[in-house]
Design a protein around this ligand. Structure first.
Ligand SMILES: Nc1nc2c(ncn2[C@@H]2O[C@H](COP(=O)(O)OP(=O)(O)OP(=O)(O)O)[C@@H](O)[C@H]2O)c(=O)[nH]1
Ligand SMILES: [Mg+2]
Length: 398
């Protein structure tokens, strides 16, 4: 299953624009709340340094593409409806949003840094983006808390039965969040709480819900609409605010990314998504050239449009995945001679055997050993892989 990145935020922050820029789709964007109602899923790409050049080869990707040693690997992106305070009680589009969101393994919180939309996404002036950052986390926590409370009730209802374990009941109730009993138990103990909900007060419950949310829905923040002066001023202020020091903001402009991709399609510029700048390759009317030069100024200041960076930060930093290439000790080509056609994204600390199961369950079932193609060393089932490893799996089921 490919990883899914979800876009969250209040209405009108630019989620759909970001989605369109990253996936080259054309879903509705609008300066009014709840432009989006039904979720869209599209294919975006994250960059991985290709392993083929390390072997003096160039690759033939089956999916995605490779550009001068930078491999663009597909990842799913989900755009959902906006969320407003009180969503967990059904405000706005309410729980529908939350259910759609559960599809995602990791979130990008898109925040309108220009301050030109209020907390419900209606036009205004001088809105403080910090309010948006706080409310979204709170809203997600309340959603988790509600489900956690149901789990606690479920446990208490079975209290007199033998062999009922708290962590099992909670994990069962919260299974839609892709958690499990071990994770829940670890979080409870890490918080210094007892495995007995009778000893928990309201704050304990809330803190537990928050920690489970953080663990199961890691998140990065994209400071969007950074092409506007107001957003740049807010960014200066907020990045110096000690209360927000623990968060990493990725300055972004979904507008700029979309404009550059369109210009690339029209053959007007050379731009590789994620690059810090671009090249104009055609004579343009003055107005159009000026528009592009403004985008360039912004990109040079912030190191690109931020769209690609946000996607990669979500997957590689927040979720912590790595890229592993299936290869062969006798050469990197498959049966048709294609060089390193595949690359898989796996959780950090995955083993050679996990990798075999990711390729195919049959290959995993028949796992004998693996070979690290960089030094032709044989490795065992439990050997932990590293980012950009090239691995041959030797399986009885090949
Ligand atoms: N200046 C600027 N405006 C942007 C940017 N991204 C989006 N917008 C504008 O913000 C408005 C809202 O954009 P959408 O993409 O529809 O926002 P959304 O978050 O999907 O909104 P809902 O679907 O209603 O939740 C539109 O007018 C966009 O043109 C950006 O990077 N810079
Ligand atoms: Mg939208």
């Amino acid at each position: 299953m490919p990883y899914k990145i979800g876009l969250v935020g209040k209405p009108s922050v630019g989620k759909s624009t970001f989605f369109n820029a990253a996936t080259m789709n054309d879903i509705d964007e609008g300066a009014y709340p709840f432009t989006t109602i039904d979720p869209s899923i599209g294919e975006a790409y994250v960059r991985v340094q290709c392993a083929a050049p390390d072997f003096g080869e160039s690759c033939d990707p089956r999916v995605g593409f490779c550009n001068e040693g930078t491999r663009y690997v597909p990842a799913k992106l989900v755009d959902v409806a906006g969320l407003i305070p009180g969503a967990h009680e059904g405000k706005g589009l309410g729980n529908k949003f939350l259910t759609d969101l559960n599809e995602a393994d990791v979130l990008i919180h898109i925040v309108d840094f220009s301050g030109k939309t209020d907390i419900e996404g209606e036009p205004t002036e001088n809105h403080d983006p910090r309010e948006d950052i706080d409310f979204l986390e709170e809203e997600l926590d309340m959603w988790y808390l509600e489900i956690l409370e149901k789990g606690i009730d479920r446990f208490e209802g079975k209290h007199n039965q033998q062999d009922v374990k708290l962590e099992e009941e909670l994990a069962e109730q919260m299974s839609a969040f892709k958690t499990n009993k071990n994770e829940i138990k670890q979080i409870i103990l890490r918080l210094g709480m007892e495995l007995d909900p009778d000893t928990w007060d309201e704050d304990d419950r809330k803190e537990l819900a928050r920690e489970i949310r953080k663990e199961t829905k890691p998140m990065v923040i994209a400071a969007n609409k950074m092409d506007t002066e107001e957003a740049q001023e807010n960014y200066e202020k907020i990045s110096e605010d000690p209360e927000y020091e623990h968060l990493d903001f990725i300055p972004s402009s979904a507008h700029a990314e979309k404009a550059l991709k369109k210009a690339e399609e029209q053959g007007v510029v050379h731009y590789h998504p994620g690059d810090e700048t671009f090249e104009i390759v055609e004579d343009l009317p003055e107005e159009k050239e000026e528009g592009l030069e403004q985008i360039r100024e912004f990109m040079e200041e912030y190191g690109g449009t931020g769209v690609q960076k946000a996607l990669e930060s979500a997957l590689f930093d927040a979720l912590g995945v790595m890229a592993v290439f299936p290869g062969g000790a006798d050469g990197l080509g498959d049966e048709k001679g294609n060089i390193l056609p595949d690359v898989f994204l796996l959780e950090e600390n995955s083993t050679a055997e996990d990798f075999a199961f990711t390729i195919h369950s049959d290959i995993g079932e028949g796992f004998l050993h693996a070979i690290d193609c960089r030094d032709n060393r044989q490795i065992g089932a439990d050997h932990e892989l590293e980012n950009r490893d090239v691995i041959e799996i030797v399986s009885a089921n090949q």
